[in-house]
Design a protein around this ligand. Sequence first.
Ligand SMILES: O=C(O)C1=C[C@@H](OP(=O)(O)O)[C@@H](O)[C@H](O)C1
Ligand SMILES: C=C(OP(=O)(O)O)C(=O)O
Length: 423
Amino acid sequence: MSTPAEPALARIPGSKSITNRALLLAAAADGPSRLTAPLVSDDTVAFRDGLAALGVEITEQAGADGVDWLVHGIGRGPRGRAGVWCADAGTAARFLPVFAATGAGEFAFDASEQLRARPLRPLIEAIEALGAQVLPGEGAAEGGGLPLRVRTAGLRGGELVVDSSSSSQFLTGILLSAPLMGRPLTVRAPGLVSRPYLDITLALMRHFGGDPAVGPDGRIRVATGGYRARDLRIEPDASTASYVFAAAAVTNRSVTVPGLGSGSLQGDLRFAEVLRLTGAQVEIGPDDTTVTGTGMGTLRGGFEVDMGDISDTFMTLAAIAPFADAPITIRGIGHARLKESDRIAATATNLRALGAEVTDGPDWITITPGPLRPAEIACHCDHRIAMSFSVLGLRTPGITLDDPACVSKTFPQFHQELARLFG
Ligand SMILES: O=C(O)C1=C[C@@H](OP(=O)(O)O)[C@@H](O)[C@H](O)C1
Ligand SMILES: C=C(OP(=O)(O)O)C(=O)O
């Protein structure tokens, strides 16, 4: 394998986290906003349709880069009665019920079995503490969670503590809707994981005219006053970009992701810096990022890395770790057990099925390199397991996925794009 002179240009779709935050902020704003190049995938369509069910008109127009979404902001929370299907989208289940609770009426939320099983308790407690009722939905199990109904006459704001040790999404959900509450909100988030996602939230709130202030003790204060309509171009998804970056590293090729550079809002771009530890050449420019594999595709191992802030990308590293020259240990990823799958278990089991030596603990995994054999990968309906092991499959013949279509959660064209770039 030789390194091509010109890097291939990857077509990475828009950021899920930015698209869904922008949808909500634009819906709450005081007029129409245009979102350019949003991600169109299962998670964002579920979010968009959830807002539509809550009474927000969102129309689609052909744009220069795919479609634009025009969001006709209602300037307040929703009114009346509605049912929202969150599908598999954690962001829908954690952001939309708070928005609904700032309105008036009764709003039902439900989701797939997979999402029903994921944590929601801290969010429910927060909505109740802010003055709305959260009731079990039809067919709800004991213990609280989805399905649920929010019965509300608005949220009052004030002081709040949100346990954020299992997900940062509860905090984001509350912050995004805070300017619609009756009084200013001050919130503390003990145990906060995935901190860079809070930074995306704060940056986008400011873009839409909100004014969150983070105090020296970490408390976040948000004034009332709603949001202003604003246009926004959605940058490519940095977590999604991790697959083509890793693929370049293991195939000794060079790939550029345009539109994702040093000004990115997304912490997951740090994955490219993690790849540097493996010997890959990484250039993060102002408007794009290029990764080039070196050394005939052999990666440098023999390091430990904390990926707690960027845990959506730990499986990308784990899946290429068998090609390193020494073990790689990934730490700080306990909360990754609470996502679409128990991602530490799913990664370890699949790597072992391929013949790799893997040890793991509550919040870490160590992969010791060695020869691999073909196997069918159990995706557990987890798009990131499917995408990570597809990258591994570029170097190991005979790898198949039991559910290749699950990539549609965030990247419906993933398999075609990987084949176009690296086939
Ligand atoms: O706020 C967001 O957009 C997200 C936050 C993270 O979740 P946790 O905060 O649950 O780790 C991340 O894993 C998820 O893909 C998207
Ligand atoms: C954890 C993820 O998604 P969700 O928004 O459903 O939490 C993910 O995309 O990896």
